[in-house]
Structures are given as C-alpha cells and as structure tokens.
Design a protein around this ligand. Structure first.
Ligand code: SP5
Ligand code: ZN
Length: 350
C-alpha cells in the first residue's frame, strides 16, 4: 500500500461551519491530515506527494461552470469587499435558488457575487476561503495519483484527500465537500480501461454526491452503509434503501441505512452485503470512500464502530481481490483518526 498526500490540502481553513444558523468552529480541520500522515509514517506505510493532473476526469464528473465557480468565487468575494464592509471572511451564501424560489420560471443569472454564491452551494456548513480551491484541487490530484498507481499494478493505493468529497454533486458543493475525489478516481479508473468500477462508501454519512454522479451510469456501482438519514442525519434527503439508480443504471446503487448506536456486528453484516452485491456487479476495480466517522468516539455520527471493526471492514473488502483505490472522506476524532485509517488499510492489504 502506498499513501498519497499533498501539502496544499492544508491550505483549506473553513474556520467555521454554520449549522442551524449558529457559527461553530467546525470539525473538518487541517490537522486531520497531519494526524493521519504522522500515523501512517509511524506505521511504516510509504507516503508520496501527489502529482499534478489535468482536468479530464474532473470535468467528466462535474459541470464545467461549477468547477469554474469554485475556482473563482473566493477571489470575487475578496474583490467584492464583503470582509472589510461586513466582516464576512468566508464565502457564505444567503440566497439559494432552489425550486422553492424558481417556481418553474426562467431565472436570470445574477451578477452580484453575494447572489451568485448560492448558485452551486446547497448548505451553510461548507464555507469557502482563500485556500479552499487550492486544497480541493490538490485532493483531486492525490486521488488521480492513487488511480495511476493502481493502474500501474499496485493492489491498494490510499489518497489522503482533504477536503472530503462524497457530498459534492455534479454541480454542487456541501457537507464539507467541494470536489468529489472518489467519483473522480472512479472516472479515472474507467479512463484507464477498467470497464466497470465499484465504489463502496464506508463514511458514516451517505455519499449523496457520488450517488448523484453515477445515478444513471450503469458502468459504476455505488454502495454505501451509513447512519439512517431518517433518524435526522445529514444528508437528510438521500441515502434511503429505495434509491437504486435509474434507467440503464437501475440496480447499480445500494444503500444500507443503519440505526443510531449500531455497532460492529450490524456494520460488518452491512459491509458483507455490500461486498456480495459488488461481487455480483463484477467490477474490474474498486474505489473505497474511506471515512472513519462511524467510529464510536467520532463527534459527527452516532454509530459505534471499533478499530477492530475497521480492520475487519478492510478484510471484507480485500476479499473482493480487486485493484483498490481508497479515498479519505470524513473522520473527525483527532486522537483516534490515524489508527482508524491504518487499521482499515491493514485490513484492505490482506
Ligand atoms: C464528509 C463528511 O463526513 N461530511 C459530514 C457532513 C455532516 N455534517 C453535519 C454537521 C451537523 C452539525 N454538526 C454538529 C456536531 C455536533 N456534535
Ligand atoms: Zn461523514
């Protein structure tokens, strides 16, 4: 197993997240990366820096106008004087042009930056600052470097991506995610010639962005076990068992929502179901959306998975015997984060 990271991923400092109108410090911090990197290093896992890649796979999964918006919105916000005039040191939308406002009418594209800020953003938790684009784009390079290593013959490569990606949709950011690193890795594997690719998402939250990107693509399977959105958990609107894909992709999405307080036995049974469904899909490569926020001590989910549970998760996925790209997603308990990741990677490498 080789790990890939980029120092540029440290540049993203959202500084806060605004949840139910309250500005809190936020848990998706740069220290997540250094903690994981230091634990991997202490464990003897080789770590290399990401290699710069072009936008081909990125633009195959995200709309170009969305990508351009993310690249430019911070500079426009800074130029707009929102910080000196109002104390707004991050991009935070205040108008969201959802169906509630559009009401079926043809909307005019606004010019004002404070209006445009809501165009491609779907929550108030996911702030944009000066380092957001460089970090998100560097995370994509880490994912693409991992895909290259696997295509060149490594059985497992791990991209220490930050910010995470699985909530980023074809044209929207949210849930602390901006660009969908796992979807881009899956697309890159397709471009490398793997005819069918499966994504198994073990982050505690449903990866609504990844599901959306491949919703009508029969060549990419999406399977996820996650905290039941019906119990009040993000992303709230998606992640239910009846979401299975559409058209030619019907049956290539599998969601397994889990009750709060679910522990290793329930979790490992779900992972085994995901494994078996993946085997039936018969992919040529695997992407693992490797969030570790289902851990017992994580502040962002009420699931109760142990380090041993993560090791066994890796073992179950390894039994698919597929070239595997693992992509870091969530995981917010700094004292245990590194161990949870290395346990999973050890399992994956068996
Ligand atoms: C990638 C990822 O794991 N995204 C998770 C986004 C879910 N965040 C929801 C935040 C809800 C408010 N957090 C309050 C924490 C209370 N302990
Ligand atoms: Zn998560």
């Amino acid at each position: 197993t080789t790990a890939i990271w980029s120092p540029e991923t440290l540049a993203h400092m959202p500084g806060a997240e605004i949840w139910i109108g309250v500005r809190t410090p936020g848990t998706e911090v740069a220290e997540r990366v250094t903690v994981i990197r230091d634990t991997l290093a202490a464990d003897g896992i080789p770590i290399v820096e990401a290699v710069a890649h072009d936008d081909k796979a990125l633009l195959a999964v995200h709309r170009p106008e969305f990508v351009a918006h993310l690249r430019e919105i911070w500079q426009k916000w800074d130029d707009g004087g929102y910080h000196p005039d109002y104390g707004a040191d991050r991009v935070v939308p205040y108008v969201f042009p959802t169906e509630a406002m559009l009401a079926g009418m043809p909307a005019h594209d606004p010019v004002a930056t404070h209006a445009r800020a809501g165009l491609y953003c779907y929550d108030t938790m996911t702030l944009v600052g000066p380092g957001t684009w460089p970090a998100a784009r560097a995370a994509v390079d880490a994912a693409l470097t991992a895909a290259d290593l696997v295509a060149a013959g490594e059985r497992v490569a791990y991209a220490l991506c930050r910010p995470p990606g699985h909530h980023a949709t074809p044209a929207g950011y949210g849930g602390s995610c901006y660009l969908n690193n796992a979807a881009i890795a899956a697309q890159a594997l397709r471009d490398h010639g793997y005819a069918k690719v499966a994504i198994i998402d073990i982050d505690a939250h449903h990866g609504n962005g990844t599901q959306a990107i491949f919703w009508n693509r029969p060549d990419v399977f999406y399977g996820s076990a996650h905290i039941d959105p019906a119990a009040g958990w993000f992303p709230h609107y998606f992640g239910f068992a009846d979401e299975t894909g559409t058209g030619p992709a019907r049956g290539t999405t599998l969601n397994i929502p889990l009750a709060p307080e679910s522990a290793d036995p329930t979790w490992l049974a779900a992972l085994t179901r995901l494994r078996d469904a993946t085997e039936s899909f018969a992919p040529e490569a695997l992407v693992v959306s490797l969030g570790v926020d289902a851990a017992a001590d994580d502040p962002e989910s009420p699931l109760r998975i142990t380090p041993s549970g993560y090791h066994q998760t890796g073992t179950i996925l390894a039994s698919l015997n597929l070239p595997t790209v693992a992509i870091q997603e969530g995981g917010y308990h700094l004292p245990s984060l590194g161990t949870l990741v290395t346990e999973t990677l050890h399992g994956l490498s068996t």
